[in-house]
Design a protein around this ligand. Sequence first.
Ligand code: AMP
Length: 463
Amino acid sequence: MCGVLGILGKMDLPMARELLLLLAHRGQDAAGLLWESENIFTESKATGSPAFIELPNDSPSIILGSTRYPTIGKRVANEEELDIFVGPFQSENVALTHNGNITNMACQTEREYFTDAQFLTDKLAQYLKENDNQLQDAIGKLSSEVDGAFSIVGIHDSKLFAFRDARGFKPLVFGRSKDLTIIASESTVHAMAGLTIERDVYPGELLVFSKNGKLESFSISQNALHSHCFFEYVYFAHPASTIENQLVYDVRFRLGRALAHAFKKMNKEPPDYVVPVPDTSRPAAQALAETLGVPMREIILKNRYLGRTFIVRTQKERNAMAKRKYLYLTDKIENKTILVVDDSIVRGTTAKMIVHDLKELGASKVYFAATCPPQDHPCYYGIDISTGKELIASNSRREDIRKYIGADALIYQNMSDLVNAIGLKDLCLACLDGEYPTEHARFIQEQIQDDVESDGRDYERVV
Ligand code: AMP
């Protein structure tokens, strides 16, 4: 998961930085802006939030932005590492950034790359050289060689371009006015800039925007089936974003309503309160509470400035971080039956800790619900769940998970309810059902099954 941004049309750099902040939830590790003035690329990058990017007083007419989430590679430890880990990247007359994950990078190059965006940039520059500087041909060549998920925004010959893989895993939308074009991972950016979204970039489509307002569309690599990442709706995207014509807030609300029906079928004593684990599951908790006819209470509050617990690397670090992540309204818990809702249970760290804390604070019963079905397969396309071993649902039966987290009931979303709530048929559900839409990911999966002893992230071990 990362956030990508492309702007064509004069804009003050601080304003571009402000727009990039709207993609900060997609990557809090580091961020970068790159702009072109008089055919020269300049960039500025910072660890942490886009707010820390230092900028000159300039108003270029073509800008790229990127927020980084370390799906592959490690976290950016210091300023010196910014250049190798953080996009946008440049090579010759092309610059780009992308969201997703290339699964077969190690098969395509002998050089060690720290990010797949840098790899894509170098490859594209090479193919442009070999193809008479024709972007359409170079992108065609690139897309025939790489496997995985990629939503790319780039600059070539002072034009802004966007390209999305043939499956359309990761979101990419654009909007235009007379003077301004914006391409971004999420439509909240357009809303803030005063643009309405024109449409999603189609899977397999290359769009090229010129400074004179011309827009060209090329069909590069169509696939009859699309594979939109369901987890964008469940977790990644901002609730105010519209992806593939579905408002994320509404999807989450429908997920909550479906969970309420699943809970009713269990014939358990009704809860006193429905309580969201902040922030993603709030719309689901509202719907759950409304449908069950009980109040929703925000008894669990986030220690907002702590950062992400998910992307620390060891379980010990994760437990310690999780412990510091939440605060509780302690006087509202004693003798209460509480139904907690989170978007997902991945390793089980968060659920176990919350159930334990609520019980220690006097809750009489704690039910735990997840808006997502059990994730029991790794994701090779950009979610940071890259080894099957770390997924609690891949190793344990449901009843064992319930016991492990200490809950009095465990409610998972059903697969069909999930699909109905999103309202799209063409979804990538690989981390739920193990059906990988692309060839190299299937190859990795086969290799992993023969290699159960190995440590490390699956796609980093297998080429
Ligand atoms: P876990 O504690 O390992 O079970 O992870 C579940 C928690 O992590 C939930 O509260 C989610 O909101 C959050 N989460 C799920 N997937 C991700 C992800 N890919 N990156 C960061 N956080 C996540």
